[in-house]
Design a binder for this molecule. Sequence first.
Ligand SMILES: [Zn+2]
Length: 312
Amino acid sequence: MSRIRFMSMVPPPALRWNEVPVEARELYILKGYRPLSVGVVKSLASAFALHNETLNIWTHALPLIYFAWWTILDLGDARSLQAPGSHHPLYAYIIGVLTLFAVSTGAHLLMSVSWRWRQVCFMLDYAAISFYGVATARAYYHYTGNTEHSTKWYLLATSAAALAATFACCWTRVSQPKSAHYIRTLSFFLPFAFASLPALSRLYVDAYFRLRFLKHVFLLVCGAAVKVSKVPERFAPGTFDIFGHSHQVFHVLVFLGIREQFWIVMDDVKQVESSSSSSPISAFGPLAVLAALMLITLAFFSARGDTPKKNK
Ligand SMILES: [Zn+2]
């Protein structure tokens, strides 16, 4: 490779907080910002450079590999134990988990391509969280022994909550209200709460489920608390710019929390005695419709507010 071609791939040096637009600054993070608008190639190459997004990328890229790996290893086992149709909700759940981690990794990696890409990356990230919530709801509800008829109404309500959450998060991205952080955290909680409803009935009768589910909830709540409170960087601004800031801790806690849930669902499909089957349309149709509506929502918001404010 010629030297000129190699140099065109090297990401530019990271910047200080006062060298990036106001909206791109993170509270208590003073340095390590990637320049905006560096293009696709340099953004991809930045995965291997040190800046304040490096560990945000890898703390979700490695879990993506973990879940993909265990899906491949464990799915054969699960398939051999139950009727074919009973696996569809499991597949829907796995699609939700892999989408969440793949979109998050891609968003953190590519948000430096341009300002518009940055906005779209954030919005895709919000949508993927809500999408994952509905995929979880699909599996939880099915393996709790509910009928396909009641699943329909429950999924409809969960999907409506997920869409509302995505809409609210995208709106905060464009309008930048002071309470944006709280609105987004609440919006993430909404699909999660809906998705967890079917699980509540099992808390009293299934000790294995109770332990894993409470660990799952505890880890996600800790993740949300760390994200909102901006701990540890609020106590030592500038110290955790590259390693150890709250978004990285949040990512790790989200991975550990979802890992507990992943094994709940993987074990469910093997252990539920006569799990009723579900047609592919019933398992994947609602998710496909939701994904389409989310993309329309994203297209609507991404057409607005596509330039940053001037530096202050
Ligand atoms: Zn993130």
